[in-house]
Every structure is written in structure tokens, then in C-alpha cells.
Write a protein that binds this ligand. Structure first.
Ligand SMILES: Nc1ncnc2c1ncn2[C@@H]1O[C@H](COP(=O)(O)OP(=O)(O)OP(=O)(O)O)[C@@H](O)[C@H]1O
Length: 636
């Protein structure tokens, strides 16, 4: 048994010892992860029944079993992504575990940003996980070691790939996801199907690389794995074999064949792979009778139970004899707590926000599908308005056409924010993976997203405004033009923030698209253009109209354009003057109408420009806060 090291009490001590954020004193400290009698059910259906096991630092445990055996479920529980119905899990005897500060979980799906290269992806993961003071060379060395170990050197500068740009293969993506976790040097690495999509040679090489890093850095590795060849499974120290959520075997890999031969009385044939043989034995998927299958599993599970006590299942004896007091001051426990505190430090939060901003800039500038196509769309919209509403004469007859320019600008630009949902969902998946692995929190993510979205939307709105403002003939003057642009930017930013909230809460593209589109249609109806605000049914007027970003943006655009302009009215054959809105000039013998008369007729003549801008900003802020709140509570 290893001696227990003194606990570093001061955070500075920990940092001073190692700039990488790892504590070398503790790096070699033995960790024992133990789970006892775990049960997990969903709606009375037992998914896992009485599963126990243990694994120590430097060891690799394989979780195997037929499809639906409960492999992902046990990994979810060990990663604290699911809570067992009963049973407990401990680390060095302590039940208070914070897996996000100790471990990293590689789930089955590869959540990656398609436009980043392999090296960039792993580099960002390393930078996000390490202390801000870590020197570049240390990061680069670690990234290179991970890339080489996972056999990704040849494709290290290739992009991951997305729907428009083909990138690396599925198996290589799997390795990049593993690399993104491995490079953070967790003390416990959990991998769900790390070898799916890999051929047997690559599977072995990847697991060998993981094993080497695990041994060097004294990590615990637990991986679910399908049909490995004997060479590959031999890289693991232990095996947990499940079927229908029951334990079929839990012990050293090299004792599996003797177990099946002596206890199950089904020896492995000469030259056959013992794991294939054991998997065949516990697979009841193709039994014609379900009861027969259940009975078979009951029989195998009870044989395991009967022999478990007398069998050397590799249970670690580190904890035996340790008092509760000793467990309470376990250095790993203290280190995990300190690491959590360090992660919450303001300095680290700033550092991570900055890295996320850097990554977003790369993502947004390269993502042709998500951002380039949208830029093109705003350009097209600008050209459309410029040519359809070209040279709008300053006459009373054209006042409604003029109003429609402002409505259309706000409504259409706002509506098209739904085009940002796919890119947001891609980003959200990466955020969820990194956040659940304890790299950073929703605060850093929301700030980085908010900061990077703004300049992009500014460019979109500017392209649109430059193209259409002068050709339509809106209010002459640079001040009015820049106000027009500023209002559009605020409106599009509010709409974009709304779409982000919807997609954060409903991370299914079609559903998010439907809800965000409905909301934008709803805001159009109650904004005061189709039906004058004062004529809206009271039910809508008193709440929906006033929380609608389109209300404020439309009113502001109209006031900005109309205030100070004068429009010619029509002189009829009988010499009378006809204006489309009541004019204060006609009574003075001038057949014209002032823009302010129109504003008064619309009921927006007296609005406070600054206040409306403030409200528009406040609506956006509310959406951004909602985005944060949704991400705090949504764990998937
Ligand atoms: N949310 C859920 N609701 C109902 N049943 C579930 C749920 N999650 C898992 N299950 C069931 O629990 C069982 C174990 O699922 P799990 O995903 O852990 O299996 P697995 O061994 O990882 O399978 P595979 O190898 O096919 O990925 C399956 O029968 C599955 O249908």
C-alpha cells in the first residue's frame, strides 16, 4: 500500500509545484474507484442489478456484454451522469465524489467543431483544461504526445469536416474525441465504445496508446468495448462482463478462461478467443423463448454470485483498515476539492472565456455553411429591397411603402436568425461534452458566444444597410444611416439571442426551428404594423406587444426615418389636397404632410429614442440571461 502524502492546504502551493495544474505529489497517488451493489431502474424496468466492481490507478477495465447489456448505463453512473437507484460508489472510501474534477467521459457520439483541424481541437481542449500559467511548450508537448499516441500525426492539420467539407474519417473523429479527453490528463478516463469505427489493428494501437498514457500518469481507464480480439483485450487488466444488466464476470482478464471452464463448465476451445466465447455464452438475443433466455442469465448470474466471494476478482485492499478519519483527509479528495475551487477562480474563468472567444472566431470565420451562407443571404436581402423599393418618392402615396421597408427589414432579418440554429446546435454539443467533463461552465460559454456573435451580426446588418438604404432613398444624412444600422444590429442580435435560447432548451433542429419561427411570426403579428398597436386586442396589447423586440425596432426605424421629412400630398382635380394621413400643413395651405404628422397618426410621435434603444438592449440581455439559465439546468 502506498503511503498517504500530506495534503497541500494552500492553493498556491499546488500551483507552484507544477505549472500544468497537476500536482506531482498526487499524480502517483493511488486511487481506488469502487462501486457496490449498484442497481438502476427506469419505470420499474431493471437496467442494472447488483453490479459491483473495483479498479485502481494505472489499471484498465473493459466493460463488455451483448447489445443492451447495460454497458453505457454503468459508464453513465460511474461518470455521475446518471444516479443509481441503489448502491454506492466510492473513491478511496469517500462517497463524496466530484467526477467532473477527477474524470473525463468520452461518450458514444463525437461532438466536434467541423472546421477546426485535429491539432487545433486537441490544443483547445488542453488549453481549456490547464492552468492559465502553463507555458506554451508544455501544452504543445502534451498535444503532440497525444496526437502521436493516437496515430493522428498524418492528419493533424486536416479539418474534422462537416456537411459541406469532407474531413477525416469516422474512426479518426473517434480518436480526436478520445484525444480531447486524454490531453486533459484526467485521473479517471471513461470511454464508451472508444474503438467503434476502428479496424482491429487501429483499435489495438489506440488502446495501447491510452494504456501507455494511463500507466505513465497513473490513470484509471474504464472502457466499454465490442468484440475485441485477444491481443486487444489483453491490454486490459480487468473485465466486467454484463448481460441483461447482471454481472456475468468481474475480475482479471487472464482468469476469464479458467472461470468459464471451471465454474460454467464450458471450456474455451483451443485457439478460440475467451472473450468471444464468453460473449456467446451470455448472449440470449437469439433465444426463441424469452423465458428460457431469462432463466439462462439467472443461472449464469447466480453462478457468478456463488463464486464471487471465493474468486480473486481483483478487489483492491487499499482501503481495508483505513479509518473514516483517514479517508476524510485523503489527499485525492482534498485535491479534487481544491481543483474545483481553482476551476471556479475568476482568473481561470477569464482565461477560459478568452480561449472560447478565440475558438469561436476561428469557427465563425471558417464555417462557410453556417456563417458564409447567411452572409450571402443578408446580401441577397439587401439587393432585393434595393431593387424592389428602388427610389421611393417622398410622397404621401408612398408612405405605406416606406413603412413596409422598415417592417420588412426588422421582420425578415429577425426571422432569418433561425438559420443560425444548426451552427448553435453544433457548438452546444461541444459545450455539453466539455462542460460535463468539468472544463468550463455556462458563464464562460455564454459570454464567449455573446461577444463573438455581435461583430458577425454587425457585418450582416451593415451589408444589408449599405446595399438598400441609399437606393431606397431613406432619410438622407449619415446620422440617420448609422442609427438605421445600429437599430438593425440590435434587432438582429435580439432575434439571434432568442433563437439561441430556444435551441438551448430544445436541442433538436426541427423542433427548435419550428418554435423559433413561430415566435418570430408571433412577434410580427403583435408588433403594431399589420394592426396598429392601439387597435390590437387588449389581451395581446398589454403584454405581447410590449415584450416584442420587433415593436421597438420597428418604431425606432420609423421614427428615425420619418422625423424631419416632409412628403408631398396629392392635389386633386377640384384643387383640394389629399394626404394619406392627417396633415398639420394642409390647414396652412401647404399640400404636404410632415413625417411627424405620420408618426403622431401611428401613435409613436412621442417615443423616447434612448428609452426604446435601452428596452431593445434589455430584451437582448434577458434572452442572454435566459440562455445562461437554460444551460445551467439542461445537462444534455
Ligand atoms: N432512458 C431509457 N428508457 C428506457 N430504457 C432504457 C433507457 N436507457 C437505457 N435503456 C435500456 O437499458 C438497457 C441497457 O442500455 P445500455 O445503453 O446501457 O446498453 P449497452 O450495453 O450500452 O448497449 P449497446 O452496446 O447496444 O450500446 C437497454 O435495454 C436499453 O433499452
Amino acid at each position: 500500500m502506498q503511503s498517504i502524502q500530506p495534503v497541500p492546504t494552500d492553493m498556491q502551493d499546488v500551483e507552484a509545484q507544477n505549472v500544468t495544474g497537476q500536482n506531482p505529489q498526487l499524480e502517483q497517488h493511488q486511487l481506488v474507484l469502487e462501486w457496490d451493489h449498484l442497481c438502476y431502474s427506469i419505470k420499474d424496468k431493471a437496467i442494472l442489478s447488483d453490479v459491483s466492481g473495483t479498479v485502481s490507478s494505472g489499471e484498465m477495465l473493459a466493460v463488455m456484454g451483448p447489445s443492451g447489456a447495460g454497458k453505457s448505463t454503468i459508464l453513465d453512473i460511474l461518470a455521475q451522469r446518471a444516479h443509481p437507484t441503489s448502491g454506492k460508489m466510492t473513491i478511496n472510501g469517500n462517497e463524496t465524489i466530484d467526477m467532473s474534477s477527477l474524470g473525463s467521459y468520452v461518450e458514444q457520439n463525437d461532438a466536434l467543431l467541423g472546421v477546426l483541424s485535429v491539432r487545433e481541437t486537441i490544443q483547445f481542449a488542453a488549453r481549456l483544461s490547464l492552468d492559465p500559467s502553463t507555458p506554451r511548450e508544455v501544452i504543445e508537448e502534451r498535444v503532440s504526445e497525444t496526437i502521436t499516441g493516437l496515430g493522428l500525426s498524418e492528419v493533424s492539420s486536416n479539418r474534422i469536416g462537416n456537411a459541406v467539407q469532407r474531413g477525416i474519417s469516422g474512426g479518426q473523429k473517434r480518436r480526436v474525441t478520445i484525444g480531447s479527453s486524454l490531453v486533459t490528463r484526467p485521473k479517471i478516463l471513461l470511454l464508451d465504445e472508444p474503438t467503434s469505427g476502428l479496424d482491429s489493428r487501429t483499435s489495438r494501437e489506440v488502446l495501447l496508446a491510452i494504456r501507455n498514457i494511463a500507466i505513465e500518469h497513473n490513470m484509471i481507464v474504464i472502457a466499454s468495448i465490442h468484440q475485441p480480439n485477444w491481443e486487444t483485450i489483453s491490454l486490459f487488466d480487468k473485465l466486467l462482463l454484463l448481460a441483461q444488466g447482471r454481472t456475468m464476470y468481474a475480475g482479471p482478464v487472464d482468469k476469464l478462461d479458467s472461470y468459464v471452464a471451471q465454474v460454467l463448465e464450458r471450456p474455451v476451445a483451443l485457439h478460440a478467443n475467451p472473450t468471444d466465447h464468453a460473449l456467446d455464452l451470455v448472449n440470449t438475443d437469439f433465444f426463441s423463448d424469452a423465458t428460457e433466455g431469462k432463466n439462462h442469465i439467472n443461472e449464469l448470474a447466480s453462478r457468478w454470485k456463488a463464486h464471487e466471494s471465493g474468486f480473486d476478482s481483483g478487489r483492491n485492499t487499499l482501503e481495508i483498515g483505513r479509518s473514516d478519519a483517514e479517508k476524510a483527509v485523503d489527499p485525492i479528495h482534498a485535491w479534487s476539492q481544491e481543483r474545483r475551487v481553482a476551476k471556479q477562480s475568476l482568473r481561470r474563468a477569464f482565461h477560459q472565456t478568452w480561449i472560447l472567444i478565440e475558438r469561436n472566431i476561428l469557427n465563425y470565420s471558417r464555417n462557410l455553411l453556417a456563417y458564409g451562407v447567411r452572409l450571402g443571404m443578408y446580401l441577397g436581402m439587401g439587393v432585393l429591397l434595393a431593387t424592389v423599393w428602388v427610389n421611393l418618392a417622398p410622397t404621401s402615396a408612398k408612405i405605406n411603402d416606406r413603412l413596409s421597408v422598415h417592417f420588412f427589414s426588422v421582420a425578415f432579418l429577425g426571422f432569418m436568425s433561425v438559420a443560425g440554429i444548426p451552427a448553435f446546435l453544433e457548438e452546444r454539443q461541444v459545450f455539453m461534452r466539455e462542460r460535463l467533463n468539468g472544463l468550463y461552465g455556462p458563464g464562460a460559454y455564454v459570454i464567449a458566444n455573446s461577444v463573438c456573435t455581435l461583430p458577425y451580426l454587425f457585418v450582416c446588418a451593415a451589408i444589408f444597410a449599405v446595399l438598400c438604404y441609399w437606393s431606397i432613398g431613406l432619410h438622407p444624412g449619415a446620422t440617420e444611416f448609422f442609427k438605421f444600422l445600429a437599430i438593425l444590429v440590435l434587432a438582429v442580435y435580439a432575434a439571434e439571442s432568442q433563437s439561441a435560447v430556444v435551441a438551448a432548451a430544445l436541442p433538436i433542429f426541427v423542433a427548435a426551428l419550428a418554435v423559433a419561427s413561430f415566435l418570430n411570426g408571433f412577434w410580427m403579428c403583435v408588433g403594431g404594423y399589420f394592426i396598429k398597436a392601439v387597435n390590437l386586442p387588449r389581451f395581446w396589447y398589454f403584454w405581447a406587444h410590449f415584450i416584442d423586440y420587433q415593436t421597438y425596432a420597428f418604431d425606432l426605424l420609423v421614427v428615425n426615418d420619418f422625423r424631419g421629412l416632409v412628403f408631398d400630398c396629392q392635389t386633386l382635380a377640384d384643387g383640394s389636397c389629399q394626404c394619406d394621413y392627417p396633415s398639420s400643413l394642409v390647414s396652412q395651405g401647404i399640400c404636404q404632410i410632415r413625417g411627424d404628422d405620420v408618426l403622431n397618426a401611428l401613435g409613436i410621435g412621442g417615443i423616447n429614442f434612448g428609452l426604446y434603444i435601452g428596452i431593445l438592449i434589455a430584451i437582448t440581455l434577458v434572452f442572454r440571461i435566459l440562455l445562461y439559465v437554460v444551460l445551467v439546468f439542461k445537462k444534455r
